[in-house]
Design a protein around this ligand. Structure first.
Ligand code: AMP
Ligand code: MG
Length: 318
């Protein structure tokens, strides 16, 4: 099945009909960015500008979905910096100090293994709409994401009617909120490790999947072993967003970093702020822009939603 996927082409190689199709996807991306950022700004979020190089970035570990071929590290001013894997660390520090509610259109560089070229869901540079809220819980995040998504799709059906029709997506449904919540442990018990593929096929509305063991910053209840985190899955499609309520207590963060062999020296600000009680309880998430527009437009490969496709293993001049 995967072998049949055609890889997205660079702009200069598109035929006339392909240029028209690309223009439709571009209009839908523009409307999506407009609608989502408008919702966050209207709700009082601060819009932060992104960073591309930092000493500290997301460890992306342990995460059952991660598959990174290499990490990019470079020396500037005699300091080692890394390209942004996600802005989670910046979000935690920003949200604990100045910005009670924040969002960023953040660049994510993840050199995915070349064998992921034809999954249709992986690119090696992508943009997350990443947000964080002080003193929020999972329910607050669910309601916010549901609201932003329903507003977006409702608007798209009016403002991008012609583009959706050209892409054969006039049947795109405005989801019904609140979305169902499913626990990963129940899915595993029912379907085994293949639960992800099964759930994509079975659902007809977006669903929240909760309780997924992963990085140190996601909240884990040590007494029960339950994780207070979540992914949003779209029907036939799969994960478009991941997030959690966050850890903020020093002892827990330290213990998790030890357990997962995460290099503590890369997270000294988090550890210091947590120790001094300055890391605040927050919750948030990041939605992949190419994935959500990929779902909306029904493309085979999300690289089609990028003007300059970043397909794993495929490097072009632009
Ligand atoms: P993560 O925290 O790793 O789950 O990433 C957050 C979101 O970014 C995911 O839910 C996806 O929407 C998106 N994402 C993650 N990895 C990729 C990738 N390689 N290509 C495109 N989007 C991605
Ligand atoms: Mg994820």
């Amino acid at each position: 099945m995967q072998e049949l996927i055609l890889l997205p082409k660079p702009l200069d190689q598109l035929t006339d009909p392909e240029i028209k199709r690309k223009a439709c996807i571009g209009k839908i991306m523009t409307y999506t960015l407009k609608s989502l950022t408008n919702t966050y700004v209207t709700k009082g979020f601060e819009w932060l500008l992104p960073v591309a190089l930092s000493q500290s970035t997301d460890p992306l570990w342990p995460d059952p979905g991660a598959s990174i071929e290499k990490r990019i590290e470079v020396n500037i001013y005699d300091k080692l910096v890394r390209t942004t894997a996600s802005m989670i660390v910046h979000k935690l520090v920003g949200c604990s100090t100045v910005y009670e509610k924040l969002f960023i259109l953040s660049p994510n560089i993840r050199i995915e293994k070349a064998e992921r070229a034809k999954t249709g869901k992986h690119i090696y540079e992508f943009t997350q709409l990443d947000f964080e809220i002080r003193n929020a819980n999972s329910k607050d995040i669910f309601r916010l994401v549901e609201d932003t998504l329903c507003t977006l799709i409702k608007g798209l059906k009016v403002e991008c009617k012609a583009e959706l029709a050209a892409l054969h997506r006039s049947d795109l449904k405005i989801p019904k909120a609140p979305f169902k919540v499913l626990d990963r442990t129940d899915l595993e018990a029912k379907h085994g490790i293949e639960w992800e593929a099964r759930i994509c096929r079975e659902i007809t509305e977006p669903v929240w999947i909760v309780n997924i063991p992963r990085e140190f910053y996601d909240y884990e209840d040590f007494a029960t072993g339950r994780w207070d985190n979540y992914d949003l899955f779209m029907p036939q499609y799969g994960e478009v967003l991941s997030g959690s309520r966050r850890e903020f207590e020093y002892e827990k963060i330290y213990e998790k970093m030890e357990r997962e062999q995460v290099r503590k020296e890369n997270y000294s600000i988090i550890l210091k702020m947590a120790k001094e009680g300055r890391l605040k309880p927050t919750a948030g998430a990041g939605m992949g822009m190419e994935r959500i527009v990929g779902y909306i437009t029904g493309v085979e490969h999300i690289g089609e939603c990028q003007p300059f496709p970043r397909v794993p293993g495929n490097v072009h001049e632009l």
